[in-house]
Write a protein that binds this ligand. Structure first.
Ligand code: NAG
Ligand code: NAG
Ligand code: NAG
Ligand code: NAG
Ligand code: NAG
Length: 359
């Protein structure tokens, strides 16, 4: 697990600084014949010096102003009735006291709330991890909000949706009886996240949103899961209903009976595409406060989720989920043309996926 601090943009608005000097220069360029040239040069030199002085002064002031704004922010936060003095300054940008428009937080008003987003890809265990997190009394993760196209059609729509969510005005089954101390959503990389990554990173840093990456190491297993899920979506194998996640071993076995036949060209294209998507996401969001989790690691060691609770600064609790894993056997038992797939991937950079354990 990696944890990264966020970077602040300390740029000073440059265009505001030069104006004063420019105006003075323009006013004083009219030549007057009565004075000797040397005097004029001296006067010009003086004007330039004054100009440089004003310029440097305004630079300094701007820097100071910026510093003041920062301290002001922290001071303001400290003055709020809810402020807990034991909270270090570095945590303040990540701690919020939302005031929902639709109800009164009442006794929870002074429970600080952290904002998070689980950034993941389809069939990478994010459904399972989200139910685990939601089993915590203080965590509310509101699902794939951006699966609805209108909510991600432009950055304005995205920002509006996020504002509502983080203001605790979003209603879903994730609502809690306890005081919410961490609120978030599950966001797939292909749901506008990569398309608008610059603005979203800016939003995350401005509002103190922490990102939890959940990625899958074995992209071949992920592909098998995608194909099987697409098959069930068409065939509705469980008494005529399609289920992306199941809650019993019996259901898991029925879904795992389907073994896809995998075509070489689509396989390689798909593996390359998802590999690139995941690595670009890590690069694009590297300047946010984030952690990176791999599904396989969480499956083999659930204790890793305690690190996530730490990351969200919520008390450690035992987490539970009713999700039952669908593909639990060796890969050769889940792919119809296993011998072909073996040949396709031998000698490619994806070869290690063939030997992947049963995850
Ligand atoms: C953004 O998307 C929303 C929802 O689709 C739409 O109503 C709105 O007009 C769009 N705004 C801009 C600036 O394109
Ligand atoms: C979790 O909820 C309980 C009960 O509402 C509350 O007392 C507690 O302060 C919350 N925990 C955190 C870390 O805010
Ligand atoms: C389908 O429905 C029958 C009768 O309600 C039930 O016994 C069976 O367990 C169901 N099968 C699945 C896979 O849900
Ligand atoms: C499981 O994860 C925890 C938390 O990351 C770590 O401290 C522990 O060493 C891991 N256990 C094993 C067996 O890898
Ligand atoms: C995969 O496992 C087989 C035997 O189980 C071994 O011969 C082969 O070298 C392994 N390949 C990789 C890429 O680990």
């Amino acid at each position: 697990m990696e944890e990264a601090g966020r970077e602040r943009d300390r740029a000073v608005p440059a265009e505001d600084l030069g104006v004063a000097t420019k105006d003075t220069a323009v006013v004083n360029t009219k030549p007057a014949k009565r004075y000797p040239l040397a005097l004029w040069i001296a006067i010009l030199g003086l004007i330039m010096l004054v100009g440089v002085y004003i310029f440097s002064l305004s630079l300094k002031q701007n820097g100071m102003l910026f510093g003041l704004m920062q301290t002001n922010l922290i001071e303001k936060e400290r003055e709020k009735p809810c402020h807990d003095p034991s909270i270090p300054d570095t945590e303040i940008p990540y701690l919020h006291y939302p005031m929902p428009n639709t109800y009164d937080r009442k006794e929870c008003a002074c429970t600080g709330v952290r904002f998070f987003a689980i950034l993941s890809m389809q069939r990478s265990g994010s459904g399972w991890v989200e139910t685990l997190l939601n089993s915590h009394p203080n965590i509310s993760s509101n699902g794939e909000i951006f699966s609805v196209k209108e909510r991600r059609s432009n950055i304005t729509a995205i920002t509006k949706t996020l504002d509502k969510l983080y203001n605790l005005d979003w209603y879903s089954s994730a609502a809690k009886n306890e005081c919410t101390a961490a609120v978030g959503l599950k966001w797939m990389l292909n749901q506008g996240l990569m398309k608008h990554h610059q603005e979203i990173v800016e939003y995350f840093n401005r509002r103190g949103v922490s990102a939890i990456f959940l990625l899958r190491r074995n992209l071949l297993r992920r592909y098998v899961s995608i194909l099987a899920n697409a098959h069930d979506s068409a065939m509705k194998q469980l008494n005529g209903t399609h289920k992306a996640h199941v809650h019993s071993k019996h259901e898991a076995e029925i879904l795992a009976q389907y073994k896809p036949i995998i075509d070489k060209k689509t396989l390689i294209t798909e593996l390359k595409r998802s590999d690139k998507l995941a690595s670009s996401a890590l690069v694009n969001f590297k300047n946010t406060r984030h952690v990176v989790l791999y599904y396989e690691d969480v499956v083999s060691n659930r204790t890793m989720l305690m690190d996530v609770l730490d990351f969200l600064r919520v008390p450690k609790r035992k987490l539970s989920s009713r999700h039952v894993k669908i593909h639990t056997k060796r890969l050769c038992d889940h792919i119809d043309n296993w011998a072909d797939v073996n040949n396709f991937l031998k000698g490619t950079r994806f070869e290690s996926f063939l030997n992947g354990s049963r995850r």
